[in-house]
Design a protein around this ligand. Structure first.
Ligand code: ADP
Ligand code: MG
Length: 834
C-alpha cells in the first residue's frame, strides 16, 4: 500500500552520499573540442557510476588519456565540490602547478577555485573547490585532521611513481576511508596510475580487504618504431644533440622530445639547439621552408631500425649528402638576415641552484664538440628554426606552460625534458623521442642515510613510457641512445618503491614524526622488511630518539608498548641523514660546531679516504683522542684549503689521500650544507675553505658528539687479566669487548688510537678481515670516550647498580658517587663516576 511504499528502505550496507546538484560549466568551445578527442571522455559515465557506487576506485590508463585533467572535472560537474573540496595529489611539483592551471582553464574558472598548494608556494583561497597539492602536503594535513574532513574526494595521482609519500598516503587512506564511512560522511578515494604494475594496488589485501573496482582507460596509441644505437657512448648529451640535429635537418615535420636527466643538462641542450637553429621574430619562416616529405628522407634515419649512424661509411655518405644539400640550399634560398646572438630567446638562468646536479664535474657540458664539425654543413643549410623549450621540475610555471602551446609558424617544436615528461605531463604533437636512457634517482647511503642524486639507467618500463610519447598523434619514432644490449642487461625492469630503498632508521623516524606509531603493522603498498624496521626502532630508542609510551586505550593487561618520538627526535628528523648522524648534527648545532660536524659526517660517509698512514697527521691531547675521525676531519679541512689554492692534486698525493674521495666529500659537504640551511631554522652554515682544525676544547666536544650518535657501538679494552690462561696475551694488545658481540674486536691497524689504546671507545662500523682461519673483527673510525659520558649521552645503554632496573644513573648518597652499569656483553662491569 501507499504508506509502506513511502517508508524509507533500511539498508544494511551504509549508503554513500551522492551529490544531487549538477554544476553547469561554460567551457570555451575550443577546449570542448580538444576534450572530446581524449579517450577518457567516452568513459565519463562509467567512471562516474563507479565513483558514485564505491568509496574506492582505481583508474589506470595510458599517459595522455586524460586522467589528471578530466577526472577532477567529472567530479566537479557531478557536484562533488559543492560542500567539500576535491583533493588531487601529485608527487611532482611541476605537475601540481601545471595541472591546476589546466583544469582551471578547461572549467573556465580561476585559480581562486582551482588552486594548488606545495611547500613554500600556493594559491589556495576560501573558495577553492579543486585543490592540487604535492603528496607531502596532504600527508601534513592528515597530521592535523586525520579524517580529512575538508574533502569529499581524494585523488592520488601518479601512484605508479611509488614516491614514499604517496605510498604512505595510500596506507593511511585505506584506513581513513572506512573511518569516514562509519561517521556517515563518505570520503572517496581514487587512485590513478599509468599502466605500470597496477597489481600492487589491486591485489593487495594489506591495503584493501576486497579489491576495489578498477577501470582501465584505453588510449589510442599509434605505432612507434624503436631505434637502438649500435654503441653506447658515455657523453649522452653530445649524442642527444647530434640526434636532434639529424632529426631536424632530415626528417619530416613533427615535434621532438628529448629526455635528459637534470635541469643543467636541459638548459645546456636548449641553449645549444637554439644557437644551431635560431628563431627570429621578424622572419616569415613559412615561406622559406620547403616542406620535407617522407620521400626525401634519408633512409638511414627512417628505415634502418638499428641505428642511424656510427659506421664510417655512413658518416662519409652523410657528409656527401650534406654537402649536396648545402649547395642546393645556397642556390635556391634567399640570403638570411645576419643573426645577432642576443636576439633570441635564451633560457635565462632560474637562479635555482641545482643542489644535486653533478653535471659540472662530469665534463658533459664542455663545448669542444669535435664531431659537431661533421654536422655543421647540415646545420648551416637548414633554415628552419628549432623552437627549443626546457622542461623540468623547478621551472617557473609560465615557462612551463609554453611547452603546451604550438610553436610559431614554420618552427619545429623541440622539448628538452627531465623524466617529468615521462608520465606526468603530456606534450602535444610529439613525433620523435630521443631517449638518453638515463634518469636522476635519489640513492640512499645505508651508512649515513644521506641521499644523493645519481644518474642511473632508467628502467625498461620507463623507457617504454618515454617511447610511447612519440605515438600520441600519429606514428612516431623513438631513438634510444644506447644499445639493445644495455637495454636488456643494464636497465632494470622496474625500480623498487622508494620506501623500500630508504634505510629503515630513516623511514621509521619519518613515520613516527608523522604520528604513525605502529610502523611494523602499517599497511604499506609494498612492505619493507619487518625485522629491519624492528631493529631500527630499537636503535632509535637507544639513541634517545624514540621513547617508550604506554597506550591507555587498552586494559592494563594488554597495555601496548609503543615507541614515540622524543623532542630530541623531532630535532633530529630535520637533518637529511640517518638519525644517528642527524643526532650528532642536532647537538653540534647547539654547541656551535655544525660546520665541523657536517665536514665530519661527510667524511665518514665516504670509504677509503686515506691510503697512507695516519702518521702524517700527528696529534696530542683531545685531538689524538678524537681518533680516526679527527684525522679525517683535519685531512678534509686541509684538502679544502689546498683545493682553493689549486693544489689539491699535489696535496692528496703528498698526504696519501684518495683524490676522488676528497672530491666526493666536498660534494656531500656542499649538499648537506644547503639542505640543512633549508630545513633547519637558524642554521645558516657556510663552508669555510680555511676552517681551522678543532682546538682541544672543540675536539673534546666532537668526541662527545660522536658518542651521542654512535653510543650503541661502544668498545671497552680487554684487560690482560681477562685473557684466558693459555692464550697468547700479545694477541690482545688492541682487543676490545664491544656492546653487541661476544668475540673480541680489534683496533684497525691504521688507527691513530693504536698510539694510546684508550680504555673506552666508540666506532663507526665493524668489518671482518683475514681468511677463514685468521678471521678477525675490526673497528673502523674509532674515537676515545670517557665512561662518565655514557649515562649522559646514551642513558638507554646504562643501568644503575644492582639490579639493573631504571635507565637513569642514580646518585648514591652514601658514597657520594653515581653508579651505573653498561649493558651488553660487559653488562656486569660496573664503574663509578665522580
Ligand atoms: P593523463 O593524466 O592521463 O596522463 P592528462 O590529463 O595529463 O593525461 O592529459 C590529457 C591531455 O591534455 C594531453 O593530451 C595533454 O597534452 C593535454 N594537456 C594537458 N595540459 C595541457 C595544457 N596546459 N595545454 C594544452 N594541453 C594540455
Ligand atoms: Mg596524469
Amino acid at each position: 500500500n501507499s504508506i509502506s511504499m513511502n517508508e524509507p528502505l533500511k539498508s544494511i550496507k551504509p549508503t554513500l552520499d551522492v551529490p544531487t546538484v549538477h554544476v553547469d560549466i561554460k567551457r570555451d568551445p575550443k577546449v570542448q573540442i580538444a576534450r572530446l578527442k581524449l579517450p577518457i571522455l567516452g568513459e565519463e559515465q562509467r567512471i562516474m557510476e563507479l565513483v558514485n557506487e564505491n568509496e574506492i576506485l582505481i583508474v589506470s590508463g595510458e599517459t595522455g588519456s586524460g586522467k589528471t585533467t578530466q577526472i577532477p572535472q567529472f567530479l566537479y560537474e557531478a557536484g562533488y565540490a559543492e560542500n567539500k573540496m576535491i583533493a588531487v595529489t601529485e608527487p611532482r611539483r611541476v605537475a601540481t602547478v601545471a595541472m591546476s592551471k589546466r583544469v582551471a582553464h578547461e572549467l573556465a574558472l580561476t585559480s581562486k577555485e582551482v588552486s594548488y598548494l606545495m611547500r613554500f608556494e600556493g594559491n589556495v583561497t576560501k573558495d577553492t573547490k579543486i585543490k592540487f597539492m604535492t603528496d607531502g602536503v596532504l600527508l601534513k594535513e592528515i597530521q592535523s585532521d586525520f579524517l580529512l574532513s575538508k574533502y569529499s574526494v581524494v585523488i592520488i595521482d601518479e601512484a605508479h611513481e611509488r614516491s614514499v609519500y604517496t605510498d604512505i598516503l595510500l596506507g593511511l587512506l585505506s584506513r581513513i576511508v572506512p573511518l569516514r564511512l562509519k561517521r556517515g560522511i563518505t570520503l572517496r578515494l581514487i587512485i590513478m596510475s599509468a599502466t605500470l604494475r597496477v597489481e600492487d594496488f589491486t591485489d593487495n589485501t594489506r591495503l584493501f580487504k576486497t579489491p576495489p573496482p578498477t577501470i582501465k582507460v584505453e588510449a589510442r596509441q599509434f605505432p612507434v618504431t624503436i631505434h637502438f644505437n649500435k654503441n653506447t657512448y658515455s657523453d649522452y648529451l653530445k649524442e642527444a644533440y647530434k640526434k636532434a640535429v639529424k632529426i631536424h635537418t632530415r626528417l619530416p615535420e613533427g615535434g621532438i622530445l628529448i629526455f635528459v636527466t637534470g635541469q643543467q643538462e636541459v638548459n645546456y641542450l636548449v641553449r645549444k639547439l637554439k644557437a644551431s637553429f635560431p628563431y627570429r621574430k621578424d622572419v616569415d619562416y613559412t615561406k622559406l621552408i620547403t616542406k620535407k616529405t617522407v620521400n626525401d628522407v634519408d633512409p638511414a634515419l627512417d628505415s634502418e631500425p638499428e641505428d642511424i649512424e656510427s659506421d664510417d661509411d655512413e658518416v662519409e655518405k652523410e657528409m656527401k649528402r650534406m654537402r649536396k644539400a648545402r649547395k642546393k640550399a645556397k642556390q635556391k634560398s634567399k640570403q638570411l638576415p645576419k643573426i645577432n646572438l642576443d636576439d633570441y630567446d635564451m633560457p635565462e638562468d632560474d637562479g635555482q641552484a641545482d643542489l644535486v646536479s653533478d653535471d659540472d664535474s662530469d665534463g658533459h657540458l664542455s663545448d669542444s664538440d669535435v664531431e659537431e664539425d661533421t654536422l655543421a654543413p647540415a646545420i648551416k643549410s637548414c633554415r628552419q628554426p628549432l623552437w627549443a623549450l626546457p622542461l623540468y621540475s623547478m621551472l617557473g610555471s609560465e615557462r612551463q606552460a609554453r611547452v603546451f602551446a604550438p610553436p610559431p609558424p614554420g618552427a619545429r617544436l623541440c622539448v628538452v625534458s627531465t623524466d617529468v615528461a615521462e608520465t606526468s605531463l603530456t606534450i602535444p604533437a610529439i613525433k620523435y623521442v630521443v631517449d638518453t636512457g638515463k634518469k636522476k634517482m635519489r640513492v640512499y647511503s645505508h651508512a649515513t642515510g644521506a641521499s644523493a642524486w645519481r644518474v642511473v639507467w632508467a628502467s625498461r618500463a620507463g623507457a617504454e613510457q618515454r617511447a610511447g610519447r612519440a605515438g600520441r598523434t600519429g606514428a612516431g619514432h623513438a631513438y634510444r641512445l644506447y644499445s639493445a644490449a644495455v637495454f636488456q642487461h643494464d636497465c632494470p625492469a622496474h625500480y623498487e618503491p622508494e620506501l623500500c630503498r630508504r634505510p629503515a632508521d630513516d623511514l621509521v623516524l619519518m613515520m613516527k614524526c608523522m604520528g604513525i606509531d605502529k610502523v611494523v603493522n602499517f599497511p604499506y603498498p609494498t612492505a619493507p622488511d619487518k625485522i629491519q624496521l624492528r631493529l631500527a626502532e630499537k636503535r632509535l630508542e637507544v639513541l634517545g630518539i624514540l621513547e617508550k609510551y604506554e597506550t591507555k586505550k587498552f586494559k592494563k593487561k594488554n597495555a601496548e608498548e609503543i615507541l614515540k618520538v622524543t623532542p630530541l627526535g623531532k630535532a633530529v628528523s630535520a637533518f637529511p641523514l640517518l638519525p644517528r648522524y642527524g643526532k650528532m648534527l642536532a647537538l653540534s648545532h647547539q654547541f656551535n660546531l655544525l660546520p665541523y660536524a657536517i665536514a665530519l659526517v661527510s667524511a665518514l660517509t665516504v670509504q677509503e679516504v686515506m691510503t697512507g698512514k695516519a702518521d702524517s697527521w700527528p696529534a696530542t691531547g683531545n685531538t689524538l683522542l678524537l681518533g680516526d675521525p679527527g684525522v679525517l676531519l683535519r685531512a678534509v679541512g686541509a684538502a679544502e684549503y689546498a683545493h682553493v689554492k689549486g693544489e689539491e692534486e699535489l696535496f692528496c698525493a703528498k698526504y696519501g689521500l684518495r683524490e676522488k674521495a676528497i672530491k666526493e666529500i666536498r660534494k656531500l659537504r656542499k649538499q648537506l650544507t644547503s639542505e640543512i640551511n633549508l630545513s633547519v631554522s637558524g642554521a645558516n652554515v657556510t663552508i669555510d675553505p680555511e676552517m681551522k682544525p678543532p682546538d682541544d676544547k672543540q675536539a673534546k666536544l666532537l668526541r662527545q658528539l660522536l658518542l651521542s650518535g654512535l653510543g650503541d657501538q661502544v668498545g671497552r679494552k680487554i684487560g690482560l687479566d681477562e685473557v684466558k690462561d693459555g692464550e697468547d696475551k700479545r694477541k690482545f694488545k688492541y682487543a676490545y669487548h664491544c656492546s653487541n658481540l661476544e668475540e673480541p674486536v680489534f683496533l684497525h691497524s691504521e688507527s691513530i688510537l693504536r698510539k694510546s689504546i684508550p680504555e673506552w671507545v666508540v666506532y663507526q662500523e665493524l668489518y671482518e678481515t683475514g681468511g677463514t682461519d685468521r678471521r678477525k673483527m675490526v673497528m673502523r673510525n674509532v674515537t676515545a670516550i670517557e665512561p662518565e659520558w655514557l649515562p649522559i649521552y646514551v642513558p638507554q645503554m646504562c643501568n644503575l647498580g644492582e639490579p639493573l632496573s631504571t635507565p637513569e644513573p642514580r646518585y648514591d648518597e652514601a658514597s657520594g658517587r653515581v653508579k651505573c652499569h653498561f649493558k651488553g656483553t660487559f653488562g656486569l662491569s660496573c664503574w663509578e663516576l665522580p
